[in-house]
Every structure is written in structure tokens, then in C-alpha cells.
Design a protein around this ligand. Structure first.
Ligand SMILES: C[S@@+](CC[C@H](N)C(=O)[O-])C[C@H]1O[C@@H](n2cnc3c(N)ncnc32)[C@H](O)[C@@H]1O
Length: 383
């Protein structure tokens, strides 16, 4: 009972969905903190927690997941570099936000990417925020072990200086990043800031639905029109297709904020309008309708629309992908898995479906299948 109450405190303060990391992990964290405080019972610890914001901060430090590494997932950084080279106006200052930044690998990877895209350090500013003071202190120290370079990141001496058995980010990179402690769940946490690029990866998966919407809303208010929003591979469902357009870069999980349409012209009587030509893309618009229903949270109706569409066209891999995502959102894991498998059967190189199924398998604890699927994705990326 007391644990449930403490979980509710965490939910309220940082939006944490206890199921995302599991009640056992939370029980472990609470116990760790109780022992640190030298308190004999859970009731004693709860009494302390209720009246001490410092203890709540300490508990938050214990439950957050600071896992990150340099150039995590690679493709978002490739996509950012391409965008800088093709779309960004070099006469303006580029403002980038990494939220959450954890121990700093992500914002430093962004800085390196921007320099490699040809910008000078005077042409951009990176703000990096996180709730964890411990993570931020490590980020400011900017000294990492080899583990921070897992994946394919190379330790380039232009950007890293070897210090004994560790690697320190060189000062010309460090100086481009400003770290700040902020809680993304706090209203107005980013008030007054404006960014052209936002990285918000691997946070939403830990939050409950109201907290996810709140974070997306906060970020949306600070992102310029036509700016880019990067999310994690399992977080794409949170992005509204009415406000954001996916960037056509496989595995980047990047979205461009759509510019609002100019004001509608005055209405012309229908009789005066030329007859529109019939459009042949009925099946696509049905799927689009289903996506819009998903954005509005009408998941059951969206699933019905997808199924109705699939009854007429059983070969549409995109429809199966969408159906799988809807089932996942409805917490119907078995049908979600079947839908992703059908999408992959129809299109064995279907990147998004392979990723969705890999993440689902990982969540089920089937790490062997998840690894196999990720290797398939990796082979696709190397093609
Ligand atoms: C898994 S890391 C993600 C780091 C990086 N974006 C990446 O993808 O590698 C998640 C981070 O979210 C931070 N976090 C959790 N809740 C937060 C909140 N409400 N506001 C700001 N940061 C939060 C944690 O402290 C942790 O460092």
C-alpha cells in the first residue's frame, strides 16, 4: 500500500509510470534510500519523504534510468547533419535542445555532428537539461569510460583527449553545451526558449500517458515551425500527424513541425467551384483517417478502420504496422505481435515493423529474438 502511495508521488512529480521499470525496481530503490536514511521501517521512510523535498529528489535520483551513449542509434545524427547541409540557413544561430541529456553523451554527440556538418562553434548553442543532478555533474565533468562509446562510435582524438583509461571531451566541444537542471513535467520549464532542433529520446517510454502529452506539449511550444523533433524508436506514437511530418530518413525517428496554413480564402459558393477530379488513393486516405483517430485517442475506432481496410486489401504492410501500434497502445500484446509479424511477412525489409517487434520482444524479456531482429535492422542499415 505504502509503495503504491510512493509510486503516485513519483508519478505526480516526474510523470514516472511505475510499470515501465517495474514495481520490484521501485521497491529496491525505496529500500536503498530507507537504509541510507537509517530508518527502520517503510512507514518511517514514507513519513520522511512526505515532508522532505530533498529526500524526494534523492529517491528520484535512485529510480531514473540514465542509460545513454555517444551517437546512440547513429541515424538521428546522420539525419541532423544532412538537414544542416541541405535546409538550414547558415546566417542564423542554430539553437538545439537535448532533453533529457542524462550524462551528456547525447548533447556532445550533437555538438560534434554540427561541427562535422561545417558549422563553427559560434553558429550554434546547445541547451541540455535533465532532472538528475548526479547525471548533470557527470555531464559537466565530460570524462567517460569506453562503455560510453558502445555501438559504432569511434573515439576521435579531435574531440576526445585520453586521460589515463578514460576519455575527456575536449574543451572546444564542452563549451558549446550549457547544462541545466530542469523537470520537464514542471509547467513553464522551458518558457522563453526557442529551438530549431529538439532531441527528446528515451524519456517518454518511462512516463504515463498524461505526462507524455504534457512533455510533448511543452516541447512543441518551444520548437520553431519547420524545426526538427527527434524521439526514440519506441516513442513515435506520441507525435501528432496533424502538427508533425515524419522526415524521410530511415531509423532517424525525426519529425518536422508543420507550418500553419495561411488564413483560408473567403468562401466561394459551391456551384461556382470547378468539379474536383476523382482521386484514386482511397486506401491511403482510410489509413490516414485511422492515424488521425489514433492521434485523437480513439484507438478502438482506429483499429476498426484498419481492420476494415485490411479486409479489402490483405497485402498492405503499413496497415498491419499501424494496427500493431494501436494494439500495443491498447495493451493487447499478442495481437500487436501478430500484426507486426504480418507486416514483416509482407515486407521483410520493413524497418519500422522490425524495430517495433524488436522493442516489443525486449519488453517481453525475449532478448534472443529482439537481438535477432535488431541484427536484421543493422544489416538493412548497412545495405
Ligand atoms: C534513458 S536517459 C535518456 C538520455 C538520452 N536522451 C538518450 O536517449 O540516450 C533518461 C533520462 O531522463 C531523465 N528524466 C526522467 N524524468 C525526467 C523529467 N521529468 N524531467 C527531466 N528529465 C527526466 C533521467 O534523469 C535520465 O537521465
Amino acid at each position: 500500500m505504502l509503495q503504491t502511495t510512493i509510486e503516485a508521488m513519483l508519478r505526480q512529480k516526474i510523470g514516472l509510470d511505475a510499470n515501465s521499470i517495474g514495481s520490484n525496481s521501485i521497491a529496491y530503490a525505496i529500500n536503498q534510500r530507507r537504509l541510507c536514511c537509517g530508518l527502520p521501517t517503510l512507514q518511517d521512510y514514507y513519513d520522511r519523504l512526505k515532508h522532505s523535498s530533498e529526500e524526494l529528489d534523492a529517491l528520484i535520483e535512485t529510480v531514473v534510468v540514465p542509460e545513454t551513449w555517444f551517437f546512440r542509434d547513429r541515424e538521428p545524427f546522420v539525419c541532423l547533419k544532412h538537414w544542416i547541409k541541405t535546409e538550414w540557413n547558415p546566417n542564423s544561430t542554430l539553437r538545439v535542445l537535448s532533453a533529457p541529456c542524462s550524462t551528456g553523451e547525447e548533447p556532445y554527440s550533437i555538438a560534434i555532428t554540427l561541427l562535422e556538418a561545417g558549422l563553427s562553434s559560434a553558429q550554434f548553442q546547445i541547451d541540455a537539461i535533465d532532472i538528475s543532478q548526479v547525471a548533470l555533474e557527470k555531464a559537466r565533468r565530460a570524462t567517460y569510460t569506453k562503455r560510453a562509446f558502445r555501438g559504432e562510435a569511434t573515439i576521435n582524438p579531435t574531440y576526445f583527449q585520453a586521460v589515463e583509461d578514460r576519455y575527456q571531451v575536449r574543451s572546444h566541444i564542452r563549451e558549446t553545451v550549457q547544462f541545466m537542471r530542469k523537470n520537464l513535467l514542471e509547467p513553464n520549464s522551458l518558457l522563453g526558449h526557442q529551438y530549431q532542433v529538439i532531441f527528446c529520446r528515451n524519456l517518454l517510454i518511462y512516463l504515463d500517458q498524461p505526462a507524455r502529452s504534457q512533455v510533448i506539449n511543452t516541447l512543441d511550444q518551444t520548437l520553431s515551425f519547420s524545426g526538427l523533433l527527434f524521439v526514440g524508436s519506441a516513442e513515435t506514437q506520441q507525435i501528432s500527424s496533424q502538427q508533425y511530418q515524419p522526415v524521410a530518413h530511415s531509423a532517424a525517428f525525426a519529425y518536422q513541425k508543420i507550418k500553419p496554413l495561411p488564413a483560408a480564402p473567403p468562401k466561394v459558393p459551391i456551384a461556382a467551384l470547378p468539379k474536383p477530379k476523382p482521386t484514386p488513393t482511397v486506401s491511403l486516405s482510410k489509413l490516414e483517417q485511422a492515424k488521425q483517430l489514433v492521434d485523437r485517442g480513439q484507438l478502438t475506432e482506429a483499429a476498426q478502420l484498419c481492420k476494415a481496410h485490411l479486409a479489402l486489401d490483405r497485402t498492405n504492410a503499413n496497415a498491419y504496422l499501424l494496427l500493431g501500434k494501436i494494439y500495443q497502445e491498447l495493451n493487447q500484446i499478442q495481437p500487436a505481435e501478430q500484426a507486426f509479424q504480418k507486416a514483416i511477412y509482407l515486407n521483410p525489409n520493413f524497418y519500422d515493423a522490425l524495430i517495433e517487434l524488436a522493442v516489443l520482444k525486449e519488453q517481453q524479456g525475449d532478448l534472443a529474438t529482439a537481438t535477432r531482429l535488431k541484427s536484421r535492422v543493422q544489416r538493412l542499415l548497412n545495405l
